[in-house]
Design a protein around this ligand. Sequence first.
Ligand code: SF4
Length: 313
Amino acid sequence: MPQAQRRPEDDAPTPSQAPPGGTRIADRRSREARLERRLARDLGRCIRDFGLVEAGDRVMVCVSGGKDSYTLLELLARARRRAPVPFELVAVHLDQGHPGYDGEPLRAWLDAEGHAHHVLREDTYSIVTERVPEGKTTCSLCSRLRRGVLYRVADELGCTKIALGHHRDDALETLLLNLFFAGSLGAMPPKLVSNDGRHVVIRPLLYAAESDIAAYAALRSFPLLPCDLCGSQPDLWRQQMKELLTDLEERIPELRSSMLAALGHVRPRHLLDAELAAARPPARGDLEGFAAAVASRPSASRRRLPLAESDGK
Ligand code: SF4
């Protein structure tokens, strides 16, 4: 499985982009162009590796107004202009009825950039505040309601794929949450078919680093919508996973890249999943040790704690 590797030359400006005279504007443009190239390459590789977009697709891009979804939309639009196969994009933004919400900056930006889009209003906020006791985390129900609306809208708009803006760091934090709290080994799928088989969710930014996305969004001055209108508690454990990764990366510089590479280099025979072992018998030399490991696995005691999936993209 290809890795999301970064090469030193990616950070070097090409001669045509070198800032003439080192002016600040030229330097800014140069950094923006470099970042866009790198992010576009990450996105393109993810799309190719997992067949995320096919000829004739109509992709609904979920735009929350955060840095990730703006970046996703821009990169997909760029990819579409260069793609050898035709596909369509339609941006969809959902106004969930949060007090103080103002989607006008996003709407104006979508118009100005010429992105086909739909802005919908569906008051999920009232449902969430009615059903979730005060002080409890609202993200789980909020995300499920949002997903339901987006699936319905995808049908109405005739979209064949639903694109979300999750990135590499989201995937790694989910990996750690599952590892530490759910007793399972899994991150985020780049392509997921809904249980009823009617919807395909894609995450083309899964190879992209959050730091690149944040820097790109800042350079592009995307009009970000505040995401604290609901007054919900932030996902504290997810935040702690982020901080843990940041702390570790100070001592292990390529930590996140290595972890992402690990997600693409799974060695099933070195794991202890009996179902996996039954589905794919280990190689001859490994049989004895593998069988012993599987037999001694405390499968009954595996903890299965529900994790709130916070996909606020
Ligand atoms: S933070 Fe996002 S997902 Fe959580 S309740 Fe607020 S709007 Fe919903």
